[in-house]
Design a protein around this ligand. Structure first.
Ligand code: NAP
Length: 311
């Protein structure tokens, strides 16, 4: 079906679980499938050390290892994987055109946007230093490792509240550090937080520094109103201050919601026929690898149907 080596039936942008699952389904569906995966294919799971909640692994799987398996599986089935970012998309006419960071132009009749979302970080140098060594962006992924330990969660939204409640299953004490005097989390979650004997909410405070040796041992926080400093003796710090979807290249081309996530029809169709979205780039809520993989499958099946019907 392709005219040139850069032309595909289906082009996938992104190399997390959504992108690779879409690639596996697209290729197995008989589509000439290309995937732009960035310089280091793998997405957010490259930052996760041990994954225990992705079905199929009896013992925890290392994030980068899981992604290598997905990459190799997609390649073995015939997906062409390109190690460059998509820097521009042209969706004005079919076939759609996507420009890579090398300036190479790829064309395809169907595109799946699976560019993900990146967890927001505080931006402290010490936060970076202890990432994966006590500092985490995912309580669901890493909470289990803090059984009997004291931890803190930073943020005041639904995610921070849910993370704090989830962590009480393992941790002996959970500090919730929020920068304002009011939580953003919904009322029900707030009630639960306030009633929980293991949770202490610390208002008007932000982390100043993460301290430790090989691993995190404490977090220095400061009250933004009084300037008072306090050191929380914690071995885990969960940063839950929101996510930013990676949708810059789609702005003005696809309908996005107010937070920048790609709007879909409830499944994976975007506002533009032939362009589908899967994974965290269209998922404000779950942000789980297995959910992203599931939506990658859905997007590829919808793309297949679209290509079949628009021949
Ligand atoms: P969010 O609602 O954007 O909340 C982010 C929180 O982090 C806010 O409390 C914010 O403080 C704080 N924050 C942001 N930048 C910060 C910084 N630099 N330093 C310190 N604190 C900072 O994000 P989210 O909680 O991840 O939720 C995202 C969306 O998913 C929301 O629409 C939420 O309702 C939804 N969600 C729903 C559920 C559920 O319904 N079960 C579960 C999870 C998420 P301010 O309050 O001062 O802005």
């Amino acid at each position: 079906m392709s005219g040139s080596s850069n032309h595909f039936d289906l082009l996938i942008i992104g190399s997390g679980p959504a992108g690779f699952t879409a690639a596996i389904y697209g290729t197995r569906g008989g589509l000439k499938t290309g995937l732009l995966g960035g310089a280091a294919p793998g997405g957010q799971l490259l930052n996760t050390t041990e994954i225990e909640n992705f079905p199929g692994f009896e013992t925890p799987v290392n994030g980068p290892d899981l992604m290598i398996h997905m990459l190799n599986q997609a390649k073995r089935l015939g997906t062409e994987v390109f190690q460059e970012d998509a820097v521009k998309v042209d969706f004005k006419a079919s076939p759609f055109a996507v420009t890579g960071s090398s300036a190479r132009i790829y064309t395809a009749r169907a595109v799946i946007a699976a560019t993900g979302a990146r967890a927001r970080w505080l931006g402290l140098p010490s936060e970076k230093k202890y990432l994966g060594k006590g500092v985490s962006g995912c309580a669901t992924c890493d909470g289990f490792f803090y059984r009997g330990k004291e931890v803190c969660v930073v943020g005041g939204g639904d995610t921070a509240a849910e993370d704090a409640l989830f962590l009480t299953k393992f941790a002996s004490r959970v500090y919730l550090v929020h920068r304002r005097d009011q939580l953003r989390a919904n009322f029900r979650l707030q009630e639960k937080l306030k009633a929980h004997p293991k949770i202490e909410i610390i208002y008007d405070s932000t982390p100043e520094e993460m301290l430790g040796d090989a691993r995190l041992t404490s977090v220095k926080i400061k009250n933004v109103k009084t300037g008072a400093a306090r050191e929380l003796i914690v071995t885990g710090a969960f940063i839950a201050i929101g996510h930013t979807p990676e949708t810059a290249i789609f702005e003005g081309r696809l309908k996005l919601d107010e937070a920048g996530y790609i709007l879909t029809d409830g499944h994976t169709k975007t506002s533009l026929p032939g362009v589908f979205a899967a994974g965290d780039v269209m998922d404000r809520y779950y942000k789980q690898a297995v959910v992203a993989a599931g939506s990658g499958c859905m997007a590829a099946m919808e793309a297949e149907k679209y290509l079949e019907n628009s021949k």
